[in-house]
Design a protein around this ligand. Structure first.
Ligand code: CUK
Ligand code: CUA
Ligand code: CA
Length: 631
């Protein structure tokens, strides 16, 4: 493997300061030198050439990405957990993992899937115990992250979920009945008016046993969801499959790739054609069709016909435009200025550039293709900085390639000239994401490359390897891309979003008004045990170091509901209500009320305890569940 990371022309002058990057402002000069040495040492160990010659004085941009103990990162990164079903929150540039947010999985430490409310949410969206999260995309206002929500897909079961970024918790899941694998996920920009789930697997519609072995009759849909409340609005149906998706910046077009225009069911069928599509959905035109009643209802959802032969596509304003691109593309992403949609070739060594405004003007959508740059082998995804550069992952070459977008539009089709630099990554990268890359205003400093394979990069831990998320500093065009650190990741992140920390305002305690269940104070009236036949309802507070009741007596066979409030005012003091052998563990953060229902089917004494280490008397924070035998 080769790199063309420039080292020889490295500047040796004083560090530059960059107002946009607060890290520069707070790291004194001597720490830059230390930082540079650390990077140099790491890169030589790793056999990664051309990062830094430690004999040289590092330039200002040789940032090692370290954040001193007690200090905070500049960015949040939200990484998808893949088939772990969660989302992970990292700080950037430290790459410290700060939190995990369960979404489609159950997670005992957060009580997620254990209390009645989250259990019902998972049950009502299909009752699955797992999901496959690929694309975490934050909401935006005016093409800027607004810190309100994060939307994610479930490729395993055709669902989308919404994460509330005040509480960092999943607050809604919607099942998309006409979609089997929801792959791409993204909101409609600039203002998150809709959220889209992109259907990857072609299936009969409805998928009720008809057309079992008639793949020609299968189809996929793009599903539109109202962000608040999180409910399904409509689908638009296509013949081909759909893969990744991204939104234009002005509320008109939504783009997806399709790698199976052949409508095949085997790998060889799916790769038999020379070209596939970027599928461009004209969202206002589709909404007009829905409004005009031009749809068929499938599984209770209005489905608009966006297939190639649809009469709705023969209007002056087609609902869906199909742009030919080389075979089996993968990622598609819109440039920060909203001008171009760029599709990565996967099986073809190029990225195809579509000029978005031209889609409104041209008769043949292929006339909207204004550039095709030869980037290298296996291009999968493309991210952007604030200086007109695109960064594309090359899965096969295990590299990231940096190229110039306008130069690629100027250059001949298939030219390599727009390529500025290639840098090795370790190994086989899928997505990459630059800070606020998919907004109107990328930050241009940090880039995370999500490598599917780590091979030799970490201590061996058996046959299931961690992935390797590599952090690059990309803020110095003269020095080139600089590899700053490797970060092992539990399987398996696919994509990420990086959001400036000051755009979020996370809560540190709950506001009881935001919760459905009523707050239970320490007063006697609020705490009671009520029996109605064989139903027992308990309400009790919890705090350091006790529960509202020291005993709860029930009879074998009772259906017991315990509602509990953590009445602590102080942040970071959590308690849980755990019941051994009853599979109960409900976490309550300060001012939070949760409820759990179970059947007391085992007679005996069960020590209700707190599973969060909350104080010196944490072990004494206990209550007894006494289950009287039935006979
Ligand atoms: S991703 Cu889902 S297969 Cu390239 Cu956006 Cu990994
Ligand atoms: Cu409360 Cu431990
Ligand atoms: Ca194909």
């Amino acid at each position: 493997m080769t790199t063309s990371n420039p080292t020889d022309d490295r500047r040796t002058d004083e560090p530059t300061t960059d107002d946009r990057d607060p890290l520069f402002a707070r790291i004194p000069r001597r720490d830059f030198v230390k930082a540079g040495a650390a990077v140099g040492a790491m890169s030589s160990l790793a056999g990664c050439t051309g990062l830094l010659d430690t004999d040289e004085t590092p330039s200002g941009a040789d940032v090692d990405g370290s954040v001193p103990p007690g200090e905070h990162d500049d960015y949040y990164a939200f990484l998808s957990g893949g088939h772990s079903g969660d989302v992970r929150v990292y700080g950037v540039p430290s790459m410290r993992q700060l939190m995990r947010i369960p979404v489609f999985n159950i997670e005992s430490a957060r009580g997620y899937g254990f209390d009645d409310e989250t259990r019902a949410m998972l049950e009502e969206s299909g009752g699955y115990t797992w999901g496959d999260v690929h694309h975490p995309r934050p909401s935006q206002t005016d093409n800027t992250y607004d810190g309100e929500w994060l939307f994610v897909n479930d490729k395993a079961n055709g669902r989308m979920a919404r994460i509330d970024l005040e509480y960092f918790e999943t607050d809604a899941i919607v099942d998309l009945p006409n979609q089997q694998g929801t792959h791409g996920a993204c909101a409609l920009m600039p203002d998150t008016r809709l959220v889209f789930g992109v259907g990857e697997f072609r299936v009969p519609m409805p998928n009720d046993g008809r057309d079992l072995d008639d793949p020609g009759a299968y189809g996929s849909v793009l599903s539109a969801i109202d962000p608040d409340p999180f409910n399904h609005q409509w689908d638009v149906k296509v013949d081909c499959n759909l893969d990744n998706g991204d939104s234009g910046k002005d509320g008109t077009w939504f783009f997806t790739t399709s790698y199976n225009t052949e409508e095949g069911v085997t790998e060889s069928e799916m790769t038999s054609a020379d070209t596939d599509y970027v599928v461009a959905f004209n969202v206002p035109a589709i909404e007009d069709a829905v409004e005009a009643g031009e749809y068929e209802e499938v599984n209770g959802v209005p489905v608009v016909d966006g297939t190639e032969d649809s009469p709705l596509n023969r209007n002056s304003e087609p609902l869906v435009r199909y742009v030919d691109v080389p075979t089996n593309p993968h990622g598609v992403s819109v440039t920060p200025d909203g001008r171009y949609a760029i599709a990565s070739g996967k099986l073809d060594p190029t990225c195809t550039i579509i000029e978005i405004d031209r889609l409104d003007e041209v008769d043949d959508p292929n006339d909207a293709v204004v550039g095709r740059v030869n980037v290298g082998n296996g291009p999968l995804h493309t991210a952007y900085d604030d200086r007109g550069h695109a960064y594309t992952t090359l899965f096969v070459d295990s590299q990231v390639v940096k190229w110039d977008i306008e130069a690629a539009v100027e250059a001949e089709m298939g030219s390599e000239d727009p390529v500025i630099e290639k840098h090795d990554v370790h190994y086989s990268p899928g997505h990459l994401i630059a800070a606020e890359s998919y907004t109107g205003d990328p930050q241009g400093d940090w880039l995370i490359v999500l490598n599917k394979l780590s091979k030799d990069r970490f201590l061996p831990v058996g046959p299931v390897f961690p992935e390797n998320d590599q952090l690059f500093y990309i803020g110095d065009d003269e020095a080139g891309m600089q590899l700053v650190k490797d970060t092992p990741a539990y399987p398996e992140p696919h994509d990420a979003s990086i959001v400036r920390a000051d755009r979020l305002e996370p809560a540190s305690v709950y506001d009881p008004d935001d919760l459905e269940l009523e707050f239970i104070s320490a007063s006697d009236e609020d705490n009671f045990v009520e029996r109605d036949g064989d139903r027992v309802h308990v309400e009790m507070y919890n705090t350091r170091n006790h529960f509202g009741f020291s005993d709860i007596a029930v009879s074998e066979g009772d259906e017991v509901t315990i509602r509990t409030t953590n009445i602590e005012q102080e942040e970071d003091i959590l308690h849980s209500l755990a019941i051994p052998q009853y599979d109960v563990n409900v976490k309550t953060a300060p001012q939070e009320t949760r409820e759990v229902t179970f059947t007391a089917d085992k007679p005996g004494v069960y020590w209700i305890y707190c599973a969060y280490f909350c104080s010196a008397l944490h072990l004494e924070m206990r209550s007894r569940l006494l289950v009287e035998p039935a006979d």
